[in-house]
Design a protein around this ligand. Structure first.
Ligand SMILES: O=C[C@H](O)[C@H](O)[C@H](O)COP(=O)(O)O
Length: 222
């Protein structure tokens, strides 16, 4: 049973004709975009998507989902994945380095739905390091500030090119390991107050609903 596919396709059914949809990034939203594309092909619905990355932009093109932008349209529903989800539905995102645009799009949506498999549910955020998109020239002072906050930071290195991962916006990605995060709401604010940090991967108090694929079927968390 593919739990990510289960969650992605279930979210696809929530979309109504005429809506503007925020298209999240990652291997779970891949299935959501596929399910939207299939519904458009079957002429069940006509919708437009607002991508959160080159990945979701290219997938939308592949599935012939018309794309638009925040300049042109308001978003009815954003559907996105997560790396960790805590019991209060705070998230860590950015495993795919897309969290900056994801946060802009997900925050702007009338409804923000998270799709994930059950492995993403945790009792407390922090096993997954917090991704930060940073201006490359700020690496040294940002590292120093993160260490003062108790984190172990690392520049994310690319797997298929020499050197660092460069985000869709042309910036470095730092993974900051806090090991345990007691107050994600405060940490999200504190990280964004470090000069050079463009955006961090904590998404606190934003989620309306989680569609979780589990071995016992779909579970909805609100
Ligand atoms: O930057 C990437 C995103 O925040 C993803 O939504 C997140 O990493 C979850 O990805 P996946 O669905 O592949 O586990």
């Amino acid at each position: 049973m593919n739990l990510k596919k289960m969650a992605g396709f279930r979210a696809g059914k929530e979309v109504k004709d005429g809506q503007i949809i925020g298209l999240g990034t990652g291997s779970t939203t891949h299935y959501f975009i596929e399910s939207l594309g299939m519904r458009i092909k079957e002429e069940e619905i006509q919708v437009m998507g607002i991508p959160t990355s080159y990945q979701s932009f290219l997938l939308a093109k592949q599935w012939k989902i018309p794309v638009t932008s925040l300049e042109e349209h308001d978003i009815d529903i954003a559907v996105d994945g997560a790396d960790e989800i805590d019991p209060d539905l705070n998230l860590i995102k950015g495993g795919g380095a897309a969290h900056t645009l994801e946060k802009i799009v997900d925050y702007a949506a009338c409804e923000f739905i998270v799709i994930a498999d059950e492995t993403k549910l945790v009792s407390e955020l922090g096993t997954f390091p917090v991704p930060l998109e940073i201006i490359s020239q700020s690496t040294k002072p940002v590292f120093s500030a993160l260490k003062d906050m108790g984190a172990d930071p690392e520049i994310r290195m690319a797997k298929f090119k020499d050197g660092p991962v460069i985000s869709d916006n042309g910036n470095f990605i730092v993974d900051a390991n806090f090991y345990e995060i007691n107050n994600p709401i405060q940490l999200e604010k504190d990280l964004n107050s470090i000069p050079g940090v463009v955006e961090n991967g904590i998404f606190s108090q934003m989620v309306d609903k989680v569609i979780l694929g589990t071995s016992e079927g779909i579970k909805i968390l609100k």
